[in-house]
Design a protein around this ligand. Sequence first.
Ligand SMILES: Cc1cc2nc3c(=O)[nH]c(=O)nc-3n(C[C@H](O)[C@H](O)[C@H](O)COP(=O)(O)O)c2cc1C
Length: 323
Amino acid sequence: MKTKITEMLGIKYPIICGGMLWLAVPQLAAAISNAGGLGNITAGNYNNGEELREAIRQTRQLTDHPFGVNITLLPSFRISAETYDDFFRVCCEEEVAAIEVSGSPAQKYLDKVHAAGIKIFHKVGSVRHAIKIEELGYDGVFAAGIEEGGHPLNDDVSTIVLVPRIVDSVQIPVVATGGIADGRGLAAALALGAEGVMMATRFINTQECLAHDSIKREFINRQETDTTLICKSLNLQGRALKNRLAEAVLESEARGASLEEIFPLLSGQRSKEAWETGDVEDAAFMIGQSVGLIHDVPSCQELLDRMVREAEEILKGKSALFD
Ligand SMILES: Cc1cc2nc3c(=O)[nH]c(=O)nc-3n(C[C@H](O)[C@H](O)[C@H](O)COP(=O)(O)O)c2cc1C
């Protein structure tokens, strides 16, 4: 399978892992890259540039293939402006293959990133942001629909509409993300004009992801109706698994609670521990509607091979419609 994205990044399959706080770490990144996709290390997992450098080097010990780094440029209690500068500096010094930016545009870093030979992408949820990203000189855009895990833009546009709208609006390659978890999603994204897909939720249920087995079992039992948008009232919407914690956040929002009151419920430490201990009720799991499409825990290699095989069968099979 050859697309502008496989050519640009030197990868076998047009399948990219999105940033995942606490989960997108060297072991998973290397497994995805070894399987032919583009693995991801999420800079927000680390306290400073040197810790990120260590993670990049650890990944290089596990794979010879390209991988990317997610830098989520949002105001953070944990990460200072200087640390963001360090994250970009370290990525350039280590010459990673790609950077995925989300949140604020990264224009002040673009020249240095390009000088280091790195491809840089921005994750957007609207046509206007995609156009802006292209004007700034990014290499590509990740078009993220409201189905996605994490923090979808509050324009609330679905992937199936957003992707072709963005494809029609920019010249740079578009990667579809949000709600994709199998070969049907990959085939559909390519049919919509995307050059590849990005997934995150689906990668949690792989053998190489550090999430606890009881969480992976829970996700197999959950359906596409089992996520909810939290923190909409605070203008910080995020899609999370429906559980006791998400209910508590929604109840607080209904009472008009402030960010200061709600924030402790969403503490990063709480989520980090829960992924590792398997407590499925008392932490925020920011996963997407594609949880309804998860039925197993394959290796990354099995998952990617299966997706591409399915997509190929679909795309080749559909030509029979016109015989
Ligand atoms: C557990 C989890 C954590 C995430 N953390 C981040 C993050 O730190 N930064 C970011 O830009 N996106 C984050 N995302 C969003 C993903 O990178 C991606 O855009 C989205 O999940 C794709 O949709 P899908 O979940 O349907 O595959 C996260 C997603 C998940 C599932």
